[in-house]
Ligand binder design. Structure first.
Ligand code: CDP
Length: 788
């Protein structure tokens, strides 16, 4: 993309250094735990050691005797205000604190309020809870068997653990395509529970001013406005109307979808502050964060793919069991209980597809959040990319060649998928070819043949994914009825500097820089002169927040539209100042000049000053605008990743030798930030591919509840990422941009899994579920006689 602005202005395409970084790298950010208010109290939470148990008694005597402990809050206390249950974002119900029974290990049971964090923790340690254990249901397949203990006894008339059934696509056409297919393959794929494990855990400071009836909550939320509305809906009956609630999302140390839900700790802190009139701080510790906050994935998938004799893919059929824990607290748009899983036809031109998903309750924490992914897109991408690879191997066709043959072709865009999505633009073959050239694909395949002859295990894996981001067109997308638009409000000050506020909330993505760059591109005001603010519901325009890579597709578009409104007014002012008609003006970023007389010009700064000092008669003063942008479609970023692995045939260790990632997010706002997003995203894709999993034993004890056994990749395990891009602008987005935040996390695991299976295919290995641990590989090597 040709640059339209100078480095001084730093519009789109400039690798401007991040405006927020000076405060972050000097330790001067303000995170929730940095908020300290006079007289602040502290909350700590008592959690259940059982996965399913009736609460017989809670004895607070010893806790209340701890110096500094002021109160022990139980479900019974909250029940007096009808605050012991709350709605989830998927219109299910979730306990704030239990009255009758606990449903998973580490569930909140009671909360201790004290004058210091230490006193609260000491108090929590001695709250005595008597439990009566109940049968535990961990496996969602068993949960749906007849005779399984019914978990949601709170729901009148609920006779099983089935939450919902959802299906999409043309079943009859798909079945027909399978009957007619020359080749079909079928595979069970499990995507285990994982956790976002952000650097900053969740927390809040709730401060209720009894005199003014005003509640202010600083909290780790990715969606402050939606949270304010939810609070008002839940607590309106105790006097907390929306105009009395101010949510402030200060700096956030990573969200990745995990900071979208409302956790009980937030609600308890708010209730405690409202009751005491004192500020109350609640900050989770690392183990609480891992064990009780929303998980991601946990999809048991059975996929089938059909092809004709010449290797043309024809149909896809998927059945999935979604383990939601004890309540469906997924953060999906209301209409889509399985998120956007039905983008599972991926980058391929399939004639028919059908997908079915059933949700099940188990004795595990709730969730189903979009871990750095647009509502189950990672699950969809992993499935189709594994299946396509499997089919290519089955047909003995090179996986790259097979993809090239079956891709949706550039001339087919806008492309309507078999499952109804309208892909806006793409050039899948272009991205794969670039990745193949960069990595020398042909050379690697030759090397693989030589290595195999010497008994060495080398694999090459491809993932050519299509993403779907920018929720969303409000005709399809809402959360709890709130339409999924987003917003930008700009105010240009008399001296030509500006402030812009947004309904989104950065958690490290660099919005303060990139939004300013979009405005700089449109207005010619230097990005450094534009202050960007997000996260305060008292000042920012209403928006649905940041997750699912929606900021650029939605709020980024709002920025461009609001800027264009400002420019329309600035043009009138310039015409007035230059005493010509508006049509006689030329615009280049930052300056209007008279057509044919370029020396007669007015800068955007001149226009801003005149907007307050010398605006035309009849025109309102000021230079500002707001846009609430409802996108006409989603954007469809894509990419092709190629991974080369060498397996240690003695230990089963997977060593990533090379990883090339070509991404296409349309027009790029800041290349350096995009590269950073891809690097981080790839590392978060590597994590579940090789390391991360939260599993449970049959009694519901969490395995993976601390960083001792929940393995995050460090710099040591992370390979050198080799990145590049192609640019296919979105035709409907005002600046042609698509999202990038999550592409790499979505696309990377399949490339790694495909590479490992590729290394082992000749031995008869067809599939390995992620995480592909050394132990799993070693067992396979032993089973196939490679090692003893
Ligand atoms: O919603 P979220 O910010 O997580 O995701 P995003 O919209 O994909 O943006 C992630 C970061 O990459 C933001 O700072 C964007 O402005 C930047 N970006 C960019 O520079 N160019 C693009 N085409 C897309 C995103």
């Amino acid at each position: 993309m040709a640059l339209r602005t100078t480095p001084e202005v730093s519009g789109m395409g400039h690798s401007m250094k991040r405006k927020e970084d000076p405060r972050f790298i000097r330790g001067k950010g303000t995170y929730v735990d940095d908020v300290v208010l006079p007289g602040m109290l502290y909350l700590d939470i008592v959690r259940s050691p059982h996965a399913h148990a009736r609460i017989v008694k809670i004895d607070s005597t010893k806790a209340l005797a701890v110096p500094g402990v002021l109160a022990v809050i139980t479900g019974q206390d909250l029940a007096k205000y009808n605050l012991h249950w709350m709605p989830t974002l998927m219109s299910d119900t979730q306990m704030v604190l239990p009255v009758e029974k606990v449903m998973y290990q580490a569930q909140e049971v009671a909360a201790v309020l004290a004058t210091s964090r230490y006193a609260a923790a000491d108090g929590a340690a001695v709250v005595e809870v008597e439990y009566d254990p109940l049968p535990v249901v961990i496996d969602p397949r068993k949960a749906l068997e007849p005779g399984a203990p019914v978990l949601r006894t709170d729901k009148k008339d609920k006779k099983d653990n089935h939450i919902w059934h959802w299906e999409w696509g043309d079943r009859a056409a798909t079945d027909r395509a399978f009957t007619e297919a020359a080749v079909t393959i079928k595979e069970d794929i499990y995507l285990p529970r994982i956790h976002v494990a952000s650097i900053e855990t969740c927390g809040c400071v709730a401060s209720f001013d009894k005199i003014n009836g005003q509640l202010t909550v600083w909290m780790t939320t990715q969606a402050p406005h939606a949270i304010r509305t939810v609070f008002a809906l839940v607590a309106g009956h105790v006097g907390l109307a929306e105009d009395r609630i101010r949510i402030i999302s200060p700096d956030i140390g990573g969200g990745f979808g995990g900071k979208v839900p409302v956790y009980p700790g937030y609600v308890i802190a708010v209730a405690a502050s409202v009751l005491t009139g004192k500020p109350v701080k609640w900050i989770e510790d690392r183990m609480e964060n891992l064990q009780a906050d929303s998980f991601a994935r946990d999809y048991h998938i059975t996929a089938e793919l059909a092809a004709s004799k010449d290797g043309t893919l024809t149909a896809l059929r998927i059945k999935t069991l979604a383990d939601h824990g004890y309540t469906d607290a997924a953060a999906n748009p209301s209409k889509f209980p399985a998120g956007l899983f039905h983008v599972c036809t991926g980058s391929y031109d399939l004639k028919a597809a059908h997908v079915e998903v059933d949700g099940a309750y188990t004795n595990k924490p709730p969730g189903g959040i979009a871990y750095r992914c647009s509502f189950r897109v990672t699950e969809a991408v992993h499935t189709i990319e594994r299946m396509v690879d499997l089919m290519a191997h089955q047909l003995k066709v090179d996986p790259a060649e097979f993809r090239m043959k079956n891709f949706v072709k550039p001339e087919q865009f806008p492309y309507k998928s078999a499952l109804g999505w309208e892909y806006d633009s793409g050039n899948y073959g272009g991205a794969l070819q670039k990745a193949m050239d960069m990595i020398d694909y042909a050379g690697l395949r030759r090397e693989q043949i030589e290595k195999r002859a010497q008994g060495q295990l080398m694999g090459i894996g491809i993932s050519s994914f299509t993403e779907i981001v920018g929720a969303g067109p409000s005709k399809h997308f809402d959360i709890l009825g709130l339409k999924m638009f987003d917003s930008c409000e700009i105010r240009v000050h008399p001296t030509g500097k500006a402030i812009a506020r947004f309904g989104t909330k950065s958690q490290g993505q660099g919005h303060e820089t990139t939004y300013a760059q979009i405005l700089a591109e449109e207005l010619g005001i230097p990005a450094k002169d534009i202050k960007v603010e997000e996260g305060d519901t008292d000042t920012a325009p209403y928006g649905l927040g940041t997750y699912a890579s929606r900021s650029t597709p939605v709020a980024g578009a709002a920025a461009a539209i609001a800027a264009r409104k400002v420019l329309t007014k600035a043009r009138k002012i310039a015409a007035h100042l230059l005493e010509v008609a508006e049509e006689d003006l030329d615009w280049e970023p930052g300056k209007f000049s008279v057509k044919g007389s370029p020396d007669k010009s007015k800068t955007i700064q001149d226009c801003a000053f005149a907007a307050y000092t010398n605006h035309p008669q009849g025109m309102e003063a000021g230079l500002e605008a707001v846009s609430y942008y409802d996108p006409p479609n989603l954007t469809y970023p894509f990419g092709s990743y190629i991974c080369v692995v060498d397996l240690d045939s003695g230990t089963g260790e997977v060593k990533i030798r090379r990883f090339v990632a070509i991404d296409d997010c349309g027009n790029i706002i800041n290349p350096m930030i995009v590269q950073g997003q891809v690097h981080g995203g790839l590392t978060m894709g590597l994590a579940p591919a090789l390391f991360e999993e939260i599993s449970y034993d049959e009694n519901g004890n969490v395995q993976g509840g601390s960083f001792i056994d929940y393995l995050l990749p460090t710099a040591v395990e992370t390979p050198k990422w080799e990145t590049g891009h192609t640019i296919t602008p979105s035709p409907h987005h005002p600046i042609g941009a698509k999202g990038i935040g999550e592409s790499a996390t979505v696309g990377a695991p399949a490339a790694i899994a495909n590479a490992v299976v590729d290394a082992l295919w000749h031995l008869g290995v067809r599939h390995i579920d992620i995480p592909i641990t050394p132990a799993k590989v070693w067992k396979l090597l032993r089973a196939h006689g490679v090692t003893e």
